[in-house]
Write a protein that binds this ligand. Structure first.
Ligand code: FE2
Ligand code: FE2
Length: 308
């Protein structure tokens, strides 16, 4: 039995886990079923949802509403698919207007977004400030042998590996996706700097914050649609305990500079069939779950194939 000084109450056992998932892509019926069948969380559980829920607003809303009914706190960041102006979506909003529409939807559902005050996880493994990030990419994860966006894009068009964002992700009212990315970084940095320096953070982003996880992409030229070099030191600079991300559809745990990087995507059904060893479950961030190692990079790699 623990010794407790007579004048201090024994600290209660804090319930709850900080869990994460991304890339639910519920337009695929099997993934939609997976979400519908998700059991409710335990009391005190929080769920981080790191983007790419669906292409249609009504499917994004269904997903967030379903998750919110199972978890007391849900935190969302947008993925590129959520922001697409897809021809099949009756909601025709583009760019920033579409993002703000999704933020308003989240507020109606009680879901935390990158526009809200950063919540503090005080459950097991805490305290830690949860930082939902919406940053996009700026074509600086360039393929070897290229030194400008134009060269990187040229190479992509030569090889036929073109991010579908070029067709569907409109940056309005910004002149380009990289300008939108810069505006997001400029708006986010002061908020990060204002976090209590005594507290560690959990950084949550759809896109990887460092280049490292993109090194095993099946199509290395695709990395230019995956992040920005401007966030390369954010995990150290802003005291990240863990960085949670998705987008690559290569779920695994990496450690960089002593910081855990957790890729938490569910991915497409055909990827799940091809890689039965990959988890199809919520990933525990705090208290830290076991590291997920996939061994050497799979020979066939993975990530959104051309045109997806
Ligand atoms: Fe995705
Ligand atoms: Fe994505």
């Amino acid at each position: 039995m623990r010794h407790v000084p007579a004048d201090l109450p024994e600290a209660p056992v804090v319930p709850g886990r900080l869990l994460a998932i991304s890339d639910l892509h519920v337009s695929h019926p099997r993934n939609r079923r997976w979400v519908a069948d998700l059991p409710p969380g335990l009391p005190g559980d929080w769920l981080l949802v790191a983007g790419d829920l669906a292409e249609k607003v009504e499917d994004i809303e269904w997903t967030l509403r379903t998750l919110r009914s199972r978890y007391g706190t849900v935190v969302w960041v947008p993925g590129n698919h959520d922001l697409w102006a897809h021809p099949r979506d009756p909601v025709k909003l583009r760019g920033e207007a579409r993002y703000q529409h999704l933020v308003a939807l989240c507020r109606d559902l009680g879901v935390v977004t990158p526009e809200d005050p950063y919540p503090v996880w005080t459950g097991a493994g805490g305290p830690a400030v949860i930082v939902p990030l919406f940053l996009l990419y700026d074509y600086t994860f360039r393929p070897d042998g290229t030194s400008t966006k134009a060269e990187a894009l040229d190479l992509a068009y030569q090889t036929g590996v073109i991010g579908a964002d070029e067709r569907h992700l409109h940056p309005d009212p910004y002149p380009s996706r990289e300008a939108w990315c810069q505006a997001r970084i400029d708006a986010t940095l002061p908020r990060l700097a204002a976090i209590d320096p005594e507290l560690p953070t959990i950084l949550v982003s759809h896109f990887p914050l460092t280049r490292e996880p993109t090194r095993i992409l099946r199509y290395p030229v695709f990395a230019q649609w995956c992040g920005t070099e401007q966030t390369a030191d954010w995990h150290r600079r802003f005291r990240a305990r863990t960085v949670v991300y998705g987008h690559l559809h290569i779920p695994r745990t990496m450690v960089q500079d002593g910081v855990r990087f957790e890729e938490v995507s569910l991915g497409y059904p055909y990827e799940q069939d091809r890689h039965p060893e990959r988890p199809r479950q919520l990933i525990q961030i705090l208290p830290p779950g076991p590291a997920r190692t996939l061994g050497p990079p799979p020979a066939d790699g993975s990530v959104h194939p051309p045109g997806r």
